[in-house]
Design a protein around this ligand. Structure first.
Ligand SMILES: [Ca+2]
Ligand SMILES: [Ca+2]
Ligand SMILES: [Ca+2]
Length: 154
């Protein structure tokens, strides 16, 4: 009897593991987004107002601006500087980000993410935006169609 139960539990655990494990990388990133959301939501109403959103963006800017000159240089973001987002934000193309450029871009992000146009972002809106961005980025070997040689022999 006990042996049977143990066996059953082991197989349930194994089944759960196979369910959970493939989801982990995305889930961990989603958790990070949630943590940022909670940090940015300073009045705790579970919505990000435009000012909460921008305050958080400015705080991140200050943290990234290692030498404190009010400009984010390529060297301060490392390999992120070659990413699309950096080029996107760098509207005058000088290879560095001013606070103005970042705030302008963040405002655009905000309006983009505010799906129901109520002037604030819910966690759902933020997560959905994040998921859209994540799935829009091509990842090596993920979206390529599988090459299966035709084999009608057996
Ligand atoms: Ca809030
Ligand atoms: Ca700097
Ligand atoms: Ca909204």
């Amino acid at each position: 009897m006990e042996g049977h139960l143990a066996k059953l539990l082991t197989s349930v655990a194994a089944a759960l593991l196979t369910l959970i494990v493939p989801l982990q990388p995305l889930h961990a990133e989603m958790l990070e987004v949630e943590v940022s959301f909670v940090k940015a939501d300073t009045n705790g109403d579970l919505y990000l107002s435009k000012s909460e959103f921008l305050t958080f963006a400015i705080m991140q800017f200050d943290m990234t601006d290692g030498n404190g000159d009010g400009i984010i240089q390529k060297e301060e973001v490392g390999e992120l500087a070659s990413g699309e987002e950096f080029k996107d934000n760098d509207s005058d193309g000088d290879g560095a980000l001013s606070l103005d450029e970042v705030v302008t871009e963040k405002l655009r992000d905000f309006n983009h993410a505010d799906a129901n146009r109520d002037g604030k972002l819910s966690l759902i809106e933020v997560l959905e935006t994040y998921q859209r961005q994540a799935s829009a980025e091509p990842e090596d070997g993920q979206n390529r169609p599988m090459e299966t040689p035709a084999d009608s022999g057996r």
